[in-house]
Design a protein around this ligand. Structure first.
Ligand SMILES: Nc1ncnc2c1ncn2[C@@H]1O[C@H](COP(=O)(O)OP(=O)(O)OP(=O)(O)O)[C@@H](O)[C@H]1O
Length: 116
């Protein structure tokens, strides 16, 4: 039972490692996350601000990883061009955009007043 759980964690960590290694967006998110953490420490963000930053950063990671999974599924089952595939991929990309815009707004609300 416990070794089965451990195995599931191993699969999940392998998934994160694979995302970071093979997806350019993964590396961009990694660098952006490090920059936000440094800025948060530098500007002494409050607990509430940290909570908001963590939530929006997690939203970006989650949507990007799920978007990548959806792209891989679609490429696997339908390698040729198809309007249905276009719609599915565009909707998944839209989810990433919503998360990224939310993160940009929260980051601006927290950091811009401190910078100016
Ligand atoms: N099989 C397909 N049929 C029709 N349109 C497609 C197909 N594959 C991709 N597209 C179109 O190209 C866009 C980009 O898809 P692609 O799979 O290349 O993602 P990507 O460029 O790797 O995106 P990301 O930057 O999010 O990783 C899709 O949003 C869709 O509009």
């Amino acid at each position: 039972m416990f070794s089965k759980r451990l195995q599931s964690f191993r699969h999940a960590f392998n998934g994160i490692r694979s995302f970071l290694r093979s997806e350019p967006n993964g590396r961009i998110h990694f660098v952006a996350t490090i920059v936000v953490i440094i800025a948060g420490v530098w500007f002494r963000c409050s607990i509430t601000e940290w909570a908001m930053l963590i939530i929006v950063m997690a939203m970006v990671w989650l949507t990007e990883m799920l978007n990548t999974s959806i792209e891989k599924i679609m490429d696997h089952i339908t390698p040729e061009q198809h309007p249905g595939v276009k719609r599915i991929k565009d909707i998944a990309a839209g989810a990433v955009l919503i998360a990224a815009l939310s993160a940009a707004v929260v980051g601006a609300l927290i950091f811009i007043p401190r910078i100016i």
